[in-house]
Ligand binder design. Structure first.
Ligand SMILES: Nc1ncnc2c1ncn2[C@@H]1O[C@H](COP(=O)(O)OP(=O)(O)O)[C@@H](O)[C@H]1O
Ligand SMILES: [Mg+2]
Length: 225
């Protein structure tokens, strides 16, 4: 089964076309890097795939469910249950500890008691943060904050994770360790990933790289990962 199929997607803001017919697919567990200059439409595309924004035309299909037919509640459910996003600036809730940030989507999903606690403990362990579980976001380094965000993204057990410049606010060494972690988790759990990036080094963990410019995908190349 395909994790994602994007077909002929267009999107304008007012009169300005931002996506001009974007198509690509992603197999289950596959990782693709999405590169291109600032303003080329990468974040807009990711937001449309993640149900944060809506495309104008074309289709986006996630696990055989087409987003176009979904109303706001159903899109919201998609974000809560099926697709996770990781951001450059982490987007952690500042008043919640690392553990509570990771737990939050599971509370929304109605997972209770021991099962929730076990899942959270396992996630914290998987991202290597057991010793920092009770720290608040402002006590964490950038790399640690991104690990919390990754554990939170994993909590709902998605088949697709979208990452918008996940290493963009990290130093090189920390960024590399975050990429290693993403590749490891994607392989371990069969999670497909779209990684938007300015960094060529992201291509090392991706099977394919898409180059975007002015709202279209100009070229697609096979890469190392
Ligand atoms: N909410 C918005 N309203 C109006 N224009 C927007 C909005 N979001 C993005 N844009 C415009 O769309 C274009 C693509 O932006 P974006 O998708 O953020 O590009 P990228 O992520 O590749 O840098 C830019 O010209 C940007 O100014
Ligand atoms: Mg962007």
């Amino acid at each position: 089964m395909k994790a994602l199929q994007v077909s002929k997607v267009t999107k304008s803001y007012g009169e300005v076309p931002v996506l001009k017919g974007v198509s690509f697919g992603l197999a289950a567990g596959e990782r693709v890097a999405l590169m291109g200059p600032s303003g080329s439409g990468k974040s807009t595309l990711l937001n449309c795939i993640g149900g944060i924004d809506r495309s104008d035309e074309g289709t986006i299909t996630i696990e055989e469910q087409s987003l176009e037919g979904l109303d706001e509640n159903e899109l919201c459910r998609l974000r809560r249950e099926s697709v996770s996003t990781i951001f450059q600036f982490f987007h952690l809730l500042p008043t919640l500890s690392a553990r509570e940030n990771i737990e939050f989507p599971l509370q929304l999903a109605g997972l209770e008691g021991a099962e929730r606690e076990e899942r959270v403990a396992q996630l914290i362990d998987e991202v290597g943060l057991s010793h920092r579980a009770d720290a608040m976001p402002d006590e964490l380094s950038g790399g640690e904050m991104q690990r919390v965000a990754i554990a939170r993204a994993l909590s709902i057990r998605p088949h697709l994770i979208l990452a918008d410049e996940p290493t963009g606010n990290l130093d090189t060494v920390t960024g590399e360790s975050i990429l290693d972690l993403l590749a490891e988790l994607s392989d371990a759990h069969g999670i497909a990933m779209v990684l938007v990036t300015h960094s060529e080094s992201v291509t090392r963990i991706c099977q394919r790289t898409l180059r975007m410019q002015d709202g279209v995908i100009l070229e697609e190349i096979a890469t190392a990962g």
